[in-house]
Design a protein around this ligand. Sequence first.
Ligand SMILES: NC(=O)c1ccc[n+]([C@@H]2O[C@H](COP(=O)([O-])OP(=O)(O)OC[C@H]3O[C@@H](n4cnc5c(N)ncnc54)[C@H](OP(=O)(O)O)[C@@H]3O)[C@@H](O)[C@H]2O)c1
Length: 256
Amino acid sequence: MPAALVTGSSRGIGRAIAERFARDGYDVAVNYVQSAQRARAVTDAIEQETDAEAVAVRADVGDSEEAADLVAATVEAFGRLDHVVNNAGVDQHVYTEDLSPADFDRVMDTNVNGAFNVTKAALPYLRKSAEDDAESAEDSDPAPTPSITNVSSILGHTGAPVECHYAASKAGLLGLTKSHAGDFAPEIRVNAVAPGHVETDMTADRTEEEKAAELESIPVGQYGQPTDIAEAVAYLRDAGFVTGETLNVNGGELMR
Ligand SMILES: NC(=O)c1ccc[n+]([C@@H]2O[C@H](COP(=O)([O-])OP(=O)(O)OC[C@H]3O[C@@H](n4cnc5c(N)ncnc54)[C@H](OP(=O)(O)O)[C@@H]3O)[C@@H](O)[C@H]2O)c1
């Protein structure tokens, strides 16, 4: 079975991606930093509902050593690594005049450095997987090339006055995506998905007034669900002719 690592998959969008990969026939490493019980609930659900194996691994992706250990634990569990989804992310609502340099760094560390750290550690294993696939493809249909999907945000395109560090981190991920897509071609594809407003813990602090205002700006008239983003990531995983691209999934909000 091919294997995937989804960072930040104890809840929200990451959980939906991990569950989608398992249903699609991937063994999955479920990464978390604090929510051990929730990560265990995800691995239990995967093992009960699919034929996939799942392992929960604690690691702060912003720490390069912990990120390397996370990749090593994934390969130790499954013997290979075929896809990485850099999904772990944090946000914070604060205007620049009240934003401390430490908080700016904290958001960057998780959202951008985390993707770099995990990608760098995963690279040799993804290359090995590409080599193995090339050999086995002589007898059968070619498998999709190994790939990396970075979870950016609509705010990486638009900016965000009340969370400049978050928006900068998500724009940074788009640069990382295109740079790595060129660097790692042709063996490994690298793409990004840029969600709009999705109902998760990250967006749960909105007041009813704020929600109504947000929904006004979304042409389809509803928030996205984590499974909407998982669908886009699964497409990018399997789309062998797509690399260096950003798939915008936002209910039409970006065209406003
Ligand atoms: N929700 C939205 O509207 C939206 C829109 C655009 C983009 N996004 C992006 O989509 C991704 C997932 O968002 P979400 O809404 O599902 O967020 P969420 O519900 O807050 O979940 C965040 C996940 O990231 C993990 N995490 C946080 N810091 C980490 C670290 N340093 N190392 C490893 N894991 C870490 C958390 O683990 P613990 O459970 O252990 O804390 C959790 O699994 C993020 O990158 C976010 O920026 C979300």
